[in-house]
Design a protein around this ligand. Sequence first.
Ligand code: PLP
Length: 223
Amino acid sequence: MIEENVKKLLSEAPEYNPQGERVRIVAAVKMQTAEDINRAIAAGITDIGDNHVQEFKEKYDLIVGNPARHFIGHLQTNKVKYLIGKVALYHSVDRLQLAEELSKRSLNAGISSEILLQINIGNEQTKGGFAPDDALQALKDVSALGGLKIRGFMAMLPFSDDQNLLRTLALRMRALFDEAKKNSEDFDTLSMGMSGDWKLCVESGSNMVRIGTAIFGARNYAK
Ligand SMILES: *Cc1c(COP(=O)(O)O)cnc(C)c1O
């Protein structure tokens, strides 16, 4: 099933978004076994994204095929040390304090870490991230830190069936991304879209989607 899901996803996802940017697919692998993740990689997945540091550590050496590792979940400052040097892109930098810790640890390790700033595009109380109105200031503040390369923004749309609302927010996020891009080197990634809304997000200008359920099936939270 995983193999078929990956093939279907890879055939359905457009290679480029309307802006002509290449669309990248990151498999969201939280709660999946290394075996299932490896099946997805064998079927064509090139990037995987974890939510939990513990899972990331446990599975790290069991993954074959050398995919790019992303970190997409909420990250506690005191766990950054376990990830430094192992993550190609941190999607969920949602507060200045986390950026500062990533900066400090990266400088200590003599590396540059690539990050996205998470934007709470729906202004939802239940979600983390910088408020859209604070995004450009946050970008300035984080840009002043060493050891980091800010590659773009990450956003999660609200859970809603209202396609008009979702499209409005996705387009607003793209507009904010374009605004930020004007003054930022290396700023090329808009990570927005999950199993339920990735098509709408790519149509609205996302160029990176994070897909779990559509690859691995529904997660079993009872396990
Ligand atoms: C789980 C998760 C996804 C994928 O969600 P699906 O709906 O299963 O595709 C994407 N992004 C983040 C941050 C996630 O935690």
